[in-house]
Design a protein around this ligand. Structure first.
Ligand SMILES: Nc1ncnc2c1ncn2[C@@H]1O[C@H](COP(=O)(O)OP(=O)(O)OP(=O)(O)O)[C@@H](O)[C@H]1O
Length: 679
């Protein structure tokens, strides 16, 4: 790797540094231009000026020059055909000079794509690809690849390798400088299609999903600003961990939520046992709910008599019945049909008025639709359905449930659904998370759920069919990026195949891509963890680690488990980077006590690690998606035993074993689960 000679005016590094300095001044000038905007002349309306003011503030924020985030990380020199001898610096955002000429090009622009995709085999008209290395914001190195020079040997990039090996203190960071070709293909796939990514631990699924949102916002900014984008993660601590990535890429508008947040129409205070939750999460419940909602519709028995002034207008029962039947047959929401019915009835009355020689207009039709007699028919035939009340009745009234579950759920399954003690009201009921999903489904039967432009669903393998439906209805008219690993499914309803999951989501046509290169876990550690695969997810390929650092793996029997675990944490903390102590949930309290007794401060998952505070105590149930430079794993057998069945237990253990970036120390007093075996 060439080094700089500051005394040489032709020194390439010095010239690149000069370009960096000029680009920073250009960025400053762009920011000052925005800061100098005077909106008083443009708008007299205070609401407009508030909105405009906020947009300007966001723009100023987006144009900030962050000291530790390099303005560009690469350079492309094109050859002749497409961009005639042009040179582009690739960075996180577009920077132009006073004449509007680009100094740094956004990594998402089409001309940047060869930075990620070009190779010796397919140079894509690129003569030179240069990667830059930074040390604390200073440009200190560069690395060249002459893609069209057959004499130059292909080597692995030291800068890329250094980035992959970099210690992981702090929240998750972006990977724009080092997105790999297979990842880039997913990041840049078109907005119109849904993509599903299967990938083992540390293959970059989360990173790819977040960069795809950033890319789509760039390529379809207006459309997505209107329709909205959402990232769904498994829990709060995970969302905290990833929340900095998009803002660092200049995207401040993306919402984040858990599936529970999406369906939070009632307060969740209860829990279900696994068997009950499985039935509640089963896709057949959608049909039970559909039937139950539609069962509220009653066919009219009596004719309708509308009195207006001195005239009486009669609509016979059979005609009303036809209207109701016709609405039932149409595939529209219960609520929409309920709104349509009075207008239909009013229309029938108007036809009669016209036949009698009157000339009623729209106002008359609306007045008839609001007539008490018409309202009474609607109330009788198409009553309001309150979603929470309907679910309350299904879970509390065995006959009502049996009527609508007939032929769909067995008697045993129905029993599992029924509350031991029926709740009195929707307010006082102890709703579970699965109940909230049922209520959400019912709401959608009554009124269409608003669809966003794009949804990213991470750790998707853990969702129940009913949860997939809840996510799917939030992107019916948009698209989605579905990320997950079947081997890390730890819920009793975890999906067995992506085809099934995509079917429930309503996106059966989605393309399933696979990522197999592992950027997190060292070779030896992933090989050890992958021993579990045949026992819990046969058929899934093990991840191929691209880490060069061999990492360290130690499995040690403990005499005094708590004390030995604390000692292993102390030892891990002598290294640079973050340390995660992962343990079965039931072991968290005693370990917290042991750490406190030893005078060691620790964080909870999702709390930001800093240089001073690097140890996090992680319950196994929250470890998914997170990573630490060094992991101390307490008592693997307890992690397995903490789950209701062995397969789920082994999968939980697999998740815990695959969080380490540099070193994994396992301490056990009980025997190591036999599927893992000795080192
Ligand atoms: N192209 C890349 N260059 C550098 N680092 C990368 C790259 N791809 C992924 N990484 C890093 O590898 C680590 C794992 O990535 P990520 O968390 O996205 O993986 P994942 O597949 O979601 O893992 P899990 O299945 O455990 O949730 C992160 O630190 C991420 O920044």
């Amino acid at each position: 790797m060439p080094v700089s000679d500051p005394l040489d005016p032709l020194d390439p590094l010095a010239r690149e540094r000069a370009h960096l300095t000029e680009s920073r001044s250009a960025l400053r000038a762009m920011r000052e231009d925005v800061e100098a905007l005077d909106i008083k002349d443009v708008t007299a309306n205070w609401v407009n000026s508030l909105v405009l003011g906020r947009q300007i503030e966001d723009r100023i924020k987006a144009l900030a020059d962050l000291a530790d985030t390099p303005l560009f990380f690469g350079r492309l020199d094109y050859l002749h055909t497409t961009q005639e001898g042009q040179r582009f610096y690739i960075g996180r955002r577009h920077v132009h000079d006073a004449d509007g000429d680009p100094m740094v090009i956004d990594w998402r622009a089409p001309v940047s794509q060869p930075y990620y995709q070009a190779s010796k085999k397919d140079p894509q008209d690129v003569g030179l690809r240069r990667r830059f290395g930074y040390t604390g914001g200073e440009l200190t190195a560069y690395e060249d690849e002459h893609l069209s020079d057959p004499a130059e040997l292909e080597t692995t990039s030291r800068l890329l390798q250094a980035e992959i090996e970099r210690p992981r203190v702090g929240p998750m960071r972006d990977i724009v400088a080092t997105i790999q070709p297979e990842q880039d293909g997913i990041v840049r796939s078109d907005l119109s299609g849904t993509v599903c990514v299967q990938g083992g631990p540390g293959t970059g699924k989360t990173a790819v999903g977040l960069h795809r949102v950033a890319y789509l916002l760039y390529a379809h900014r207006e459309r997505l600003a209107r329709t909205g984008t959402l990232v769904i993660g498994p829990n709060r601590s995970f969302l905290h961990y990833i929340e900095q990535v998009l803002p660092a890429l200049g995207e401040l508008e993306v919402q984040q939520a858990t599936v529970d947040d999406l369906v939070a129409h009632v307060e969740v205070r209860g829990t279900d046992d696994a068997a009950t939750a499985v039935v509640k999460g089963d896709a057949r419940m959608a049909e039970v709910l559909r039937r139950a909602v539609r069962s509220h519709v009653a066919l009219p028995k009596e004719p309708l008599m509308v009195v207006r002034g001195s005239r009486r207008w009669r609509v016979p029962a059979y005609e009303l019945e036809e209207m109701v039947r016709e609405l039932l047959d149409r595939d529209i929401r219960y609520g929409a049909a309920r709104e349509a019915l009075p207008q239909r009835i009013a229309h029938a009355v108007l036809v009669r008025m016209e036949e009698a020689g009157e000339a009623p207009d729209d106002r008359v039709q609306n007045a008839v639709a609001r007539n008490p007699a018409v309202k009474a028919v609607v109330k009788e035939c198409w009553p309001l359905v309150e979603p929470a009340k309907l679910v309350l009745r299904l879970l509390g009234d065995a006959d009502f449930l049996a009527e609508h579950a007939e032929g769909l759920l067995t008697e045993d399954e129905q029993k599992l659904l029924l509350w031991a003690k029926p709740a009195r009201s929707a307010k006082s009921a102890k709703w579970s998370a699965a109940d909230a999903v049922l209520i959400d489904e019912t709401r959608d039967l009554v009124e269409r759920t608003h669809s966003l432009g794009h949804v990213v669903l991470d750790e998707a393998q853990d969702l129940s069919p009913m949860q997939y439906r809840a996510v799917g209805r939030r992107c019916t008219t948009g698209s989605a990026t579905i990320l997950g690993d079947l081997a890390q499914g730890t819920t009793p309803w975890a999906t067995e195949s992506w085809a099934q999951a995509l079917g429930h989501l309503g996106k059966p046509e989605a393309v399933v891509e696979e990522l197999t290169a592992g950027f997190r876990v060292p070779r030896e550690v992933i090989a050890y963890a992958s021993r579990l695969l045949p026992h819990m997810s046969p058929g899934l390929a093990a991840v191929e680690s691209v880490r060069e650092n061999p990492g360290s793996l130690a499995v040690r029997p403990a005499d005094d488990l708590d004390a030995d675990v604390v000692a292993a944490c102390v030892e891990s903390l002598t290294h640079e980077g973050s340390v995660g102590l992962i343990a079965a949930d039931a072991r968290i309290a005693p370990l917290a006590e042991a750490l406190t007794a030893a005078g060691m401060a620790y964080l909870s998952p999702g709390e930001e690690t800093t240089a001073e505070s690097r140890l996090t105590l992680v319950p196994a149930s929250l470890a998914k998606g997170l990573e630490y430079d060094y992991v101390v794993l307490d008592e693997p057998a307890a992690v397995v035993d903490g789950e209701p069945d062995e397969r789920t237990g082994l999968r939980r253990l697999y998740v815990a074993l695959t969080r380490a970036v540099s070193g994994l120390t396992i301490l056990h007093s009980a025997p190591i689960p036999e599927q893992l075996g000795a080192l």
